[in-house]
Design a protein around this ligand. Structure first.
Ligand SMILES: Cc1cc2nc3c(=O)[nH]c(=O)nc-3n(C[C@H](O)[C@H](O)[C@H](O)COP(=O)(O)OP(=O)(O)OC[C@H]3O[C@@H](n4cnc5c(N)ncnc54)[C@H](O)[C@@H]3O)c2cc1C
Ligand SMILES: NC(=O)c1ccc[n+]([C@@H]2O[C@H](COP(=O)([O-])OP(=O)(O)OC[C@H]3O[C@@H](n4cnc5c(N)ncnc54)[C@H](OP(=O)(O)O)[C@@H]3O)[C@@H](O)[C@H]2O)c1
Length: 584
């Protein structure tokens, strides 16, 4: 029990003979070595290397390599849906992207190259899967159960950084009889490359971003018949860059004399990748230009500015949304060759931007091919030979591709037990509610990258991960330097954030009437995935720590024990300038 106010006055805290703010050692364990975990590792190893004086950092990664999303999603056609030049790691953006949207293997190759260059594998333990987490109140530590080669062991940490990914747990769809199917069944997030998909009858379930990329790739294989099974139409924006007002192929350089951007005059007109001006290839000249950091930054800033300005697209009923809707309808109609039946089936009547906008190169055009069929009759069941739909049809299939998405509940697939025995599964059983997407009440010393209501709906995630990592290390400095035992966001602050965020969401397209993983695969209900506002608002809100929103417990009964012997660290250094603050 905490001492009362009068008792506190009487408690004598012996002097600590060390300079004020001498940091306590902290063991920090990060779970996951995708983009998030790597951004965090770089922050500690390179950006603020003095953190290593008091932080002992380990990353547990279940896979045998880095990359997360980009290591496991290797299906045909996998690529970016944001401009590649905005999807690098902020500390070392790639100058040599091949195309406006990069393919998955190029992204993975870039991530691996950076890990070599920056030695980011140093603290990673591969093939280590975290299987349980338990907060031990008396020690203010997390007990971590980690499994390596089937053997479990326990380790302890002062802080957990969950960088486990919000789209890293795929699952088979819940369809009657799915496991009775005798043909080849494959999930988009676990593609089987050893199988020959040509000359097969292929069913593709779903029309989310994964299916939109897979379907044209299947359709172009020799001798195939493809059936697309979808429950709802979806918006195909052709090019997110164009939709957001960012010109991919025809850049508008800020200075007319300064050529920044994709120089389409240099592009080989025979290059079929460029034919549609959809995903232009960067020329040797572009790449050379990007070697100049100032020009590369200028180009990236142009794209980023367009993306940030483009947020108004996600405001329901905004002129930007209306304009984009009209333009997208026209583009979709054109891509469907004005086939009225297909247009009726494939162009949604719900708000553009309600679901993830996916640039669908060649997707709509696939439906014009004689060997590609579409059914929007719901799947009733799957049997040994194929798929049965509710309209009484049976589709004989050699292959079923489940591009059916991920478990987006945010609840890890292992027990996470916080303060007072509360589990994350229990806490989030109805709705995953986070504090600013990065922490949760009852789970002290636990930070989350891309938790519930993160900036996953617009903007560039890698930049936002960097802001989040910056926020986290700010807290770690405070905790270590001010002798803090534990921090957890207040329930009241979290509730208020969630409730107000819900109000903002009412104005945004993500609450439109569509089924979407942004609402945990529901048509109605709370938006659980996306941040309530612009990415720039997120940046602003986590610029400072807002300790008033947190429960803070100290290691001592006197919170000012960190004052030590009355001297600062700087004064310990005989060489230090002790008048640095006199500037004028
Ligand atoms: C196909 C696909 C395409 C995408 N395209 C884009 C895009 O174009 N633009 C965009 O902004 N976003 C895109 N995303 C979202 C993408 O997931 C994020 O941009 C980003 O890669 C997430 O990085 P992360 O490190 O947070 O998570 P992840 O990349 O998912 O990494 C999580 C890591 O944690 C590890 N892990 C999980 N659980 C455990 C455990 N218990 N123990 C140990 N390790 C564990 C996993 O093995 C994985 O390596 C895409 C997602 C998918 C699925
Ligand atoms: N860079 C990219 O372009 C890219 C590519 C892939 C993924 N991603 C990211 O990953 C996210 C997830 O994309 P995703 O396509 O993998 O998943 P998703 O958006 O959740 O889409 C899943 C699809 O499967 C359908 N589905 C699910 N269960 C079904 C069932 N039982 N029967 C019939 N259909 C079913 C869904 O239909 P309903 O809509 O009717 O529910 C939906 O069309 C994207 O939003 C994006 O953030 C990005």
């Amino acid at each position: 029990m905490s001492p009362s106010v009068s008792e506190l006055k009487d408690i004598q805290i012996p002097l600590v003979d060390q300079p004020a703010y001498t940091p306590n050692k902290l063991r920090v364990v990060t779970i996951g070595a995708g983009y998030s975990g790597l951004v965090f590792a770089h922050k500690i190893q390179h950006e603020q290397p003095d953190l290593q004086d008091f932080i002992d950092h380990t990353i547990f990664e279940a896979n045998d390599g880095v990359g997360g999303t980009w290591k496991v999603n290797t299906y045909p056609g996998v690529q970016n849906d944001v401009p590649a030049h905005l999807y690098g790691l902020p500390f070392d953006p790639n100058k040599t992207w091949s195309r406006f949207y990069a393919d998955g293997d190029e992204i993975l190759e870039y991530i691996e190259r950076l890990c070599d260059k920056w030695n980011l594998r140093r603290d990673i333990k591969f093939n280590h899967r975290v299987t349980a987490l338990e907060w031990v109140e008396e020690d203010a530590k997390w007990k971590i159960t980690v499994s390596e080669k089937g053997e479990e062991r326990q380790e302890y940490a002062d802080f957990i950084i969950s960088a486990q990914g919000f789209l890293s747990r795929w699952k088979w769809p819940k369809i009657d009889g799915i496991h009775d199917y005798k043909g080849h069944k494959v999930h988009s997030a676990s593609w089987d490359h050893s199988f020959d998909y040509s000359h097969k009858r292929i069913g593709v379930i779903g029309n989310g971003s994964s299916a939109v990329q897979i379907l044209p790739q299947m359709a172009k294989l020799d001798g195939v018949e493809v059936v697309s099974f979808q429950r709802n139409p979806t918006w195909i924006t052709q090019s997110l860059g164009q939709t957001l007002g960012v010109s991919a192929g025809e850049p508008e350089p800020p200075d007319e004399n300064e050529e920044v951007g994709v120089d389409m005059s240099e592009v080989d007109q025979d290059d079929d990748q460029v034919g549609s001006n959809f995903n232009p290839t960067y020329t040797a000249r572009d790449k050379q230009r990007f070697e100049d950091p100032a020009k590369h930054r200028e180009y990236r800033r142009m794209l980023q500015h367009g993306m940030n300005r483009g947020f108004k697209l996600f405001v329901k009923g905004s002129p930007q949304n209306q304009k984009s809707t009209e333009a997208t309808i026209e583009r979709m109609r054109k891509a469907l060759n004005y086939d009225e039946d297909l247009c009726k089936k494939l162009i949604p009547d719900w708000t553009l931007g309600c679901r993830r906008l996916t640039p669908g190169e060649g997707y709509l055009e696939s439906f014009l091919l004689p060997h590609v069929k579409l059914t929007q009759s719901h799947i009733k069941s799957i049997d040994a030979t194929g798929i049965n739909t509710e309209d009484g049809q049976h589709y004989d299939l050699d292959v079923i591709v489940c591009a059916t998405g991920f478990d987006v509940s945010n609840i890890p697939h292992y027990p996470v037990t916080g303060r007072g025995g509360m589990t994350l599964a229990e806490k989030w059983k109805d709705e995953p509610e986070s504090y600013l997407s990065l922490a949760c009440p009852d789970f002290p010393n636990y930070f989350i990258f891309m938790g519930p209501n993160a900036t996953v709906g617009h903007g560039t995630l890698t930049t936002s991960m960097d802001w989040t990592a910056h926020y986290m290390v700010k807290w770690l400095r405070k905790v270590a330097g001010e002798q803090i035992k534990s921090i957890a966001p207040k329930q009241s602050a979290t509730d208020e954030f969630v409730r107000y965020g819900d109000e903002i969401h009412k104005t945004l397209t993500w609450t439109g009437s569509c089924v979407s993983w942004y609402k945990n695969h529901r048509r109605d209900g709370r938006v659980t995935a996306t941040w309530p506002g612009s990415a720039l608002l997120y940046k602003e809100m986590i610029k400072e720590l807002r300790p008033e929103d947190w429960e803070i417990e100290y290691r001592s009964t006197n919170r000012f024990r960190f004052m030590g012997n009355g001297f600062t660290l700087r004064e310990q250094d005989e060489e230090a300038d002790l008048a640095w603050y006199i500037e004028r």
